[in-house]
Write a protein that binds this ligand. Sequence first.
Ligand SMILES: Cc1cc2nc3c(=O)[nH]c(=O)nc-3n(C[C@H](O)[C@H](O)[C@H](O)COP(=O)(O)OP(=O)(O)OC[C@H]3O[C@@H](n4cnc5c(N)ncnc54)[C@H](O)[C@@H]3O)c2cc1C
Length: 421
Amino acid sequence: MTEPNMEFAPSARTLELAAKLSGFLEEKVVPAEGVYEEQVAAAAAEGGQECEEFHYPPVMAGLQAEARRRGLWNLFLTGEGIADRWGAGLTNLEYAPLAEISGRSHLAPEALNCSAPDTGNMELLAHFGTAEQQEQWLGPLLDGQMRSCFGMTEPDVASSDARNIQSRIDVEGDELVLNGRKWWSTGALSPRCRLAIFMGKSDPGAPPYVQQTMVLVPMDAPGVTVVRPLSVFGYLHGQGGHAEVHFEDVRLPTSSILGDRGAGFAMAQARLGPGRIHHCMRAIGMAERALELMCKRALARVAFGKSLAEQGVIQDWIARSRVEIEQARLLVHKTAWLMDTVGTRGARVEISAIKAAVPSMAAQVVDRAIQVHGAAGVSQDTALAGLYAAARMLRIADGPDEVHYMAIARRELRKWVGDGG
Ligand SMILES: Cc1cc2nc3c(=O)[nH]c(=O)nc-3n(C[C@H](O)[C@H](O)[C@H](O)COP(=O)(O)OP(=O)(O)OC[C@H]3O[C@@H](n4cnc5c(N)ncnc54)[C@H](O)[C@@H]3O)c2cc1C
């Protein structure tokens, strides 16, 4: 597992952007968290959870304007021919420390136009879209004028195995007819969500990995219904939330296919590589913020005659958290380096490894921080409850831990097949 010439030192560009980004987080984003919650609550009371302000309160527009002003917009796009044309020209390894910083606040990714699922959708459009599709959808997404969702997961089948997807794409003359029930379509609740990338079977008789196709579906197309919001541990997230969305006889021109017919599965894999590493980078930032809060609380709180920081068990939690974060970061940086040098396919095992390891690590660190805070840790008074929900759900979103461990084990076992061991 050791590759020659691994080089993780941050570039001058990364250092410059990391300093700017940390400043932005400290000065603007973290202080805006309370204002954001107030504005969202006020919007829900006045206009309900369907109104635009619930998903996009004024404070977010202000943060986005400031991020653009500071040159911190669309940093996520990496890869040859893509990063320079549409993004900030960064490699995955250069972006990793920046995404980590953005993970410290749930507001930062959207403020920087670097939030899922738009990032993955923009990557798909950049890699596979026609010039017309890019003009219609990629331009406005890059400009932050709209948002998008990705419809793969279905309530009726185990969607961690994408071969199970049941949604249908039938071709009638020069039209596509889409039918299917999707859920956990992140972002779909926002009135600003104007595009769904729909995964369905266009060729159910073909071999399993070439049955599926992706289609660009305007959210206002007849037959698209946002049925209900889904909560995460009871949180109904603004920022577009997560929704069940039904597609009933949605008719679109065949030019709405994204990439090639039958290439949906391969494109989903390509999309999930960067998406997964971005989640892991941000999860490290979540863990760092939790550790910082844990230390500050341990130093400030006195029980049984001494500060919590003087208790051996608390020191053990703090030390373990530091060790686990450092381990996770190194694996994430190695994975980013591999993606830059051998590509997403060549880094498949490492991508699975970080996706299985890092959200668990982050959830564990946040859990310790909650414990050190006592009852305050589960309340709305600190960022910890939200951080826990975010880290825990990441053990399922974009593939559950067990599926990633299965992929790693298969690869490991393959080395010894026929060896008689
Ligand atoms: C907050 C959030 C946001 C999401 N956003 C999106 C989105 O924008 N678009 C989208 O399409 N989907 C999205 N998802 C869905 C997510 O990708 C799926 O939930 C995930 O792929 C798992 O599919 P499933 O829920 O159908 O679980 P299932 O496939 O039913 O799996 C259930 C459990 O079975 C176990 N299991 C499965 N396979 C194995 C195995 N091989 N070995 C051992 N155990 C196994 C695992 O414990 C797994 O958790 C989101 C989910 C969440 C929670």
